[in-house]
Design a protein around this ligand. Structure first.
Ligand SMILES: [Zn+2]
Length: 362
């Protein structure tokens, strides 16, 4: 069905900053802000609530969830951090043409040493582990991911689950990625591994470090980089439900370590992105209220939460933090008076496209 572009008004919008009542143009190609709404727009159909540039989960495994459910849960954009490369290579195109999907960027496979994580992890298909034995392998693997359409190179440095790369191979991966113009994202786990990653020039982490409380000198060095939050995955009791009682639940000791590290990282100017490791563990498919609550414990206020949920400028050269695509995230309710209620408010988001608008405003 071919849909026309439509103009609607909304009560407010967020695109890296707040806008009041706004006119929005919605077409199958793009949702974007036209400008402020005035009396001359009174005849346009009105969509109540707040429209946001699409909420992004910067750490998912789409192979383990139903992608359309993510969009229904308010997530309009994802970065997939590891799956069978030949399968994952098909997702960005699917995310472009299928309005029921989120927009997708992928890493492809997970570069790891022989027998290294996730070779023996139950969640990953065998071919998701791209084995890199030496510097020449590193070059080949990075070029392969690049040619498959990857937006980042994912590598693992997990000393808790097998052997890890030596320093030479780590640096070879970093160098190869830089040469083809891709950012690296490292899964860093186990005592001492954060220092090794930083020594190799790896600054983007798939998880807030949780294996040890990081000393000041490491936090100082890390703060030039970007950490994807993934705090909720550590929570104490995965069976306690998603009913809103999570705020009073004690966090796990591992989560406390991660929260303390993320606080120190952020205090020094480190860049925090919202991400959940969706697909691993018992996590809601969509905006995760508990992840947002954990980020509030780190110290993020409303605007900081929204910034973390926004697009990653460094993956979007030319964008300005206001990445609008054929999708926007939409919450029909007004922002709560008390910012402590923001996680529940934002978790009511769904993704707005030309198709869903057609259902809302026939
Ligand atoms: Zn992951």
């Amino acid at each position: 069905m071919q849909q026309e572009a439509r103009l609607v008004t909304v009560d407010r919008a967020w695109s890296g900053r707040w806008h009041g009542p706004s006119v929005v143009r919605v077409s199958p190609a793009a949702v974007h802000l036209v400008g402020a709404a005035g009396p001359e727009h009174a005849d346009l159909p009105h969509l109540p609530g707040t429209l946001f540039s699409p909420f992004t989960d910067s750490h998912v495994h789409l192979g383990l969830v139903e992608p359309a459910q993510l969009a229904r849960g308010g997530v309009g954009r994802v970065l997939d951090l590891g799956w069978s490369p030949d399968v994952a290579a098909l997702w960005p195109e699917r995310g472009r043409v299928d309005p029921g999907w989120p927009e997708v960027q992928v890493a492809g496979g997970l570069l790891c040493p022989p027998d290294g994580y996730p070779s023996r992890a139950g969640w990953a298909p065998d071919d998701a582990s791209v084995v890199v034995a030496d510097a020449a392998d590193a070059e080949r693997a990075v070029v392969r991911m690049h040619d498959l359409g990857a937006s980042v190179v994912k590598l693992t440095l997990n000393a808790d689950a097998g052997p890890v790369f030596d320093d030479d191979v780590l640096r070879a991966i970093a160098t190869a990625a830089e040469r083809v113009g891709l950012l690296t994202v490292a899964h860093v786990q186990g005592p001492g591994q954060v220092r090794r990653a930083l020594d190799a020039g790896l600054l983007r982490f798939a998880h807030t470090p949780f294996s040890e409380l990081l000393p000041d000198d490491l936090l100082d060095r890390a703060a030039d980089g970007t950490w994807i939050s993934t705090l909720d995955i550590h929570r104490a009791d995965p069976d306690a439900g998603d009913d809103g009682s999570a705020g009073s639940r004690p966090a796990s000791p591992v989560q406390e370590v991660a929260i303390a590290n993320l606080r120190g990282f952020r205090d020094r100017g480190g860049h925090v992105l919202y991400g959940t490791d969706l697909g691993n563990g018992d996590l809601p498919v969509g905006v995760n209220e508990r992840e947002l609550r954990a980020l509030q414990r780190v110290g993020l206020d409303r605007d900081a939460l929204l910034t973390a949920l926004g697009s990653d400028d460094s993956l979007d050269a030319g964008h300005d933090g206001a990445h609008w695509t054929p999708r926007a995230s939409w919450v029909p309710q007004p922002p709560p008076d008390d910012e402590r209620d923001d996680p529940a408010w934002l978790a009511r988001a769904s993704v707005l496209t030309a198709s869903t608008l057609q259902e809302l405003l026939p």
